[in-house]
Ligand binder design. Sequence first.
Ligand SMILES: CC(C)(COP(=O)(O)OP(=O)(O)OC[C@H]1O[C@@H](n2cnc3c(N)ncnc32)[C@H](O)[C@@H]1OP(=O)(O)O)[C@@H](O)C(=O)NCCC(=O)NCCS
Length: 344
Amino acid sequence: MTVDTSSLRIVELDPDDAHAAEASYAIHAAVRAYGQPDLPPPSRHRHVHLLRLGWPGHLEKHWLAYDGDVAVAELDVSLPQRDNLDNAWIDLHVRAEYRRRGIGRRLYELAVGYARAAGRTKLMASSWEQIPDGPFRDGAGSAFARAMGLGRVHEETRRKLYLSTVDDALLDRLLADAYAHADGYSPVQWTDRCPDEYVPDMAYLEGRLSTDAPTGDLDWGPENVDAELIREMERNRAIMGGRAFHTAVRHDATGRLVALTGTMIEHGVPEHAWQMITLVDPDHRGRRLGTIVKIENLRLTVAGEPALQAIDTTNATVNRHMIAINHAMGFVPIDVEAEWQVSI
Ligand SMILES: CC(C)(COP(=O)(O)OP(=O)(O)OC[C@H]1O[C@@H](n2cnc3c(N)ncnc32)[C@H](O)[C@@H]1OP(=O)(O)O)[C@@H](O)C(=O)NCCC(=O)NCCS
């Protein structure tokens, strides 16, 4: 059903406007509560600061759509500035009670016009889908993306570890077995800020993720990660009140970090963690280093955040090795993130 959306007022969001920032937060929180109710509400503190700071290395703009005085939808467009210069990533959020009125289409058209004017030739987006026997997902995002002419190019499965189900004796056995395969390697851990000596290795490993993790037919090229970007991400996370827990593995012979993982806790949401990058350098794979960093980091996170109840992770559905580790630790599949792309 397409109805007249001419009464809709679309305004570029000013991150310093407290009312607009609050409206943006309310839309994001409502869309999450409707679409993925297993997740806690996003952190308000993080949201309003992220609007101001943006993602390091990206130019971000946001538009709010008002029906009268009510902010009913938001468009977020992110333009990578350091790499992937042909690409624009968009996020669209329409409050459930205002859907199927053409609001998404209006905002999508705005996104295409803006991205083209910025010289971008490809638009990407993602949406959440139900899995067999999984919790209900209405599939609106995927139906919308298809209707707008985007192609489904990749999918990731989100898995969750409920800490109440963790079998510590099993993790002990997995860890002992993993260390038996990993002679000549030692774990290294830190919270929030990477020790100076390891920042170049961390940048290298973070950068590899964009080339090593499967991304299907998504035209996403290598990301240019350096020490400066790592430090900017850390500074921004501190401003947003987030915490991060990292476990790496050092190759003793060279002193280099060759495996890395991390978790992130948002300000005011101590019961929930997001799994971040997990990567083992190709020359050092097959020695269970992935298992070591994941289990050691789970323990570091739990020790640092005693209120923690669940961790969410998202991996390419075809990423067998990572999924095998997560499965062994007790992560269970929840839903699928489909990724979409179109030439504009
Ligand atoms: C996806 C979303 C932004 C669509 O917003 P919307 O304002 O309802 O979209 P529109 O009314 O402009 O829909 C445009 C077309 O998309 C298709 N579409 C949208 N929602 C659909 C649904 N639930 N089922 C089937 N088709 C759908 C239809 O073809 C529709 O045209 P029609 O109503 O004339 O048939 C909204 O559902 C949403 O916020 N979902 C959660 C977040 C999300 O998934 N965002 C990313 C999308 S890539």
